[in-house]
Design a protein around this ligand. Structure first.
Ligand code: AOS
Ligand code: ZN
Ligand code: ZN
Ligand code: ZN
Length: 406
């Protein structure tokens, strides 16, 4: 990208009153966590395609994640899933991460793959199974202490398939009991991020089915509990950016699991079919970042942007690069919204003017801006191309066929 393209872009944005130095500083501060499970094989319930070169252990997952960070400068931490990433020595995993310029991110307990959990984990009617599940949550707090992770990221598959199968209100109490036990075990600087999902694998009721339930649990637990929004976890047509704005305003938005979906929890490359939705989410976030209330600004500063995608047919590392670049692009566009202009239109009841002021930011080509930022950071202008030319993808083929994430 030529300097001329950037000069033109700069001129265009200056004329709109956008401070590009500030925009660049914000882009440089963007951090997106990638998930360890996004580097291993995964699939649908029909088939897991085993790929050559996928990591054979958690250490290799971090090595692949380091490539994404090296080329994009965006992904300094990696979420882990226990027991998929179980190791004997978490201090060793932490040091390995640090030697690669990474840190261990959110710790995700896994309460959905054991036979005992068929009828629920923390909400199982059997107290012994509930105890086992609660112990796993506590184990994850201990792991987070060793890995230096701030966030515990919780998603429960718990739910029922048929009316009458479970006592919904009892299960609600059991959920709170398990969460409260974990909450008590956390250190003061840890956070519990509670994820919700409307359905799947349970198809009648899910114990934490929507943001309101997650929020209610968080409120009951205390300030270290917040809500995690996975963009694939809503019923069709849900206005996710509204949920985002609402939770920020309540100072309880803890983080995201970004992914793209068309039908249900598709877990596809972020922003691949719904870039405008991603842009509108960032529009709400950027809008809140200039709120006069410091509590709202600090909520925004502490949002954990995480990717949660499962690669089924595509190569894993470039798919992750695509996702994080898509996030960066939509964030860059959202940073170009002229909020004062939107507000003026709102105040005079100018519906079309307000909509236009928001949409116009989405329509700018931010390539010159992103190239300038990458150049200033000493990063390749085109991280995807740099990856494909690096030879890393063919180098790892020597690993042979890896194991599935699960
Ligand atoms: C499941 O639908 C959730 O999105 C979780 O975040 C899950 O733990 C993750 O997708 C790994 O399977
Ligand atoms: Zn998720
Ligand atoms: Zn999901
Ligand atoms: Zn998902």
């Amino acid at each position: 990208m030529s300097d001329r393209a950037y000069a033109l872009f700069e001129e265009q944005q200056k004329a709109r009153g956008i401070d590009l130095d500030q925009v660049k500083a914000k882009l440089k501060a963007l951090k997106i966590e990638t998930p360890s499970w996004g580097y291993g094989d995964s699939g649908t319930r029909f088939k897991v395609f085993r790929k050559e070169g996928v990591p054979r252990d958690p250490f290799e997952k971090f090595e692949d994640a380091a490539q994404v960070h090296r080329l994009t400068g965006l992904c300094p931490s990696v979420a882990i899933h226990i027991p998929w990433d179980k190791v004997d020595d978490y201090g060793k995993l932490r040091r390995h991460a640090e030697s690669l310029g990474l840190s261990v991110g959110a710790v995700n307990p896994n309460l959905f793959q054991d036979d005992e959990y068929m009828l629920g984990s923390v909400t199982n009617a059997d107290p012994a199974i509930r105890r086992r599940a609660a112990d796993h949550l506590l184990e994850c707090v201990d792991i987070a202490k060793e890995t230096g992770s701030r966030d515990l990221s919780l998603w429960f598959a718990d739910g029922t398939n048929y009316p009458g199968q479970g006592d919904i209100r009892k299960r609600k109490a059991w959920m709170l009991e398990a969460l409260a036990g974990m909450y008590k075990a956390m250190t003061p600087d840890m956070r519990m991020l509670i994820e919700y999902k409307c359905f799947e694998p349970a198809f009648y009721h899910t114990d934490i089915a929507d943001w309101g339930m997650a929020y209610n649990f968080a409120l009951k637990l205390g300030p270290q509990a917040e809500v995690l929004v996975d963009t694939g976890h809503h019923l069709q047509g849900a206005n996710i950016e509204h949920i985002v704005a609402y939770l920020i305003d309540e100072k309880r938005l803890g983080g995201f699991h970004f992914n793209s979906r068309k039908y249900a929890d598709d877990d596809l490359i972020v922003g691949s079919s719904n870039p405008y939705e991603l842009f509108l989410i960032f529009y709400q976030i950027v809008n809140a970042s200039i709120d006069p209330d410091p509590g709202i600004r600090s909520t925004v500063d502490n949002i954990a942007y995480m990717i949660d995608q499962s690669h089924n047919i595509e190569a894993k590392i470039p798919a992750m690069i695509r996702s994080v670049l898509n996030v960066q692009t939509q964030y860059a566009k959202a940073l170009l919204v002229d909020h004062a202009e939107v507000e003026r239109a709102q105040l005079r009841g100018d519906v079309l003017g307000a909509e236009d002021a928001v949409r116009r930011a989405f329509e700018f080509d931010v390539t010159p801006l992103l190239h300038a930022v990458r150049e200033e950071q000493g990063l390749p202008l085109d991280p995807m191309r740099a990856y494909l030319e690096s030879g890393y993808g063919s180098g790892i083929l020597a690993r042979g066929k890896g194991g599935a994430s699960w």
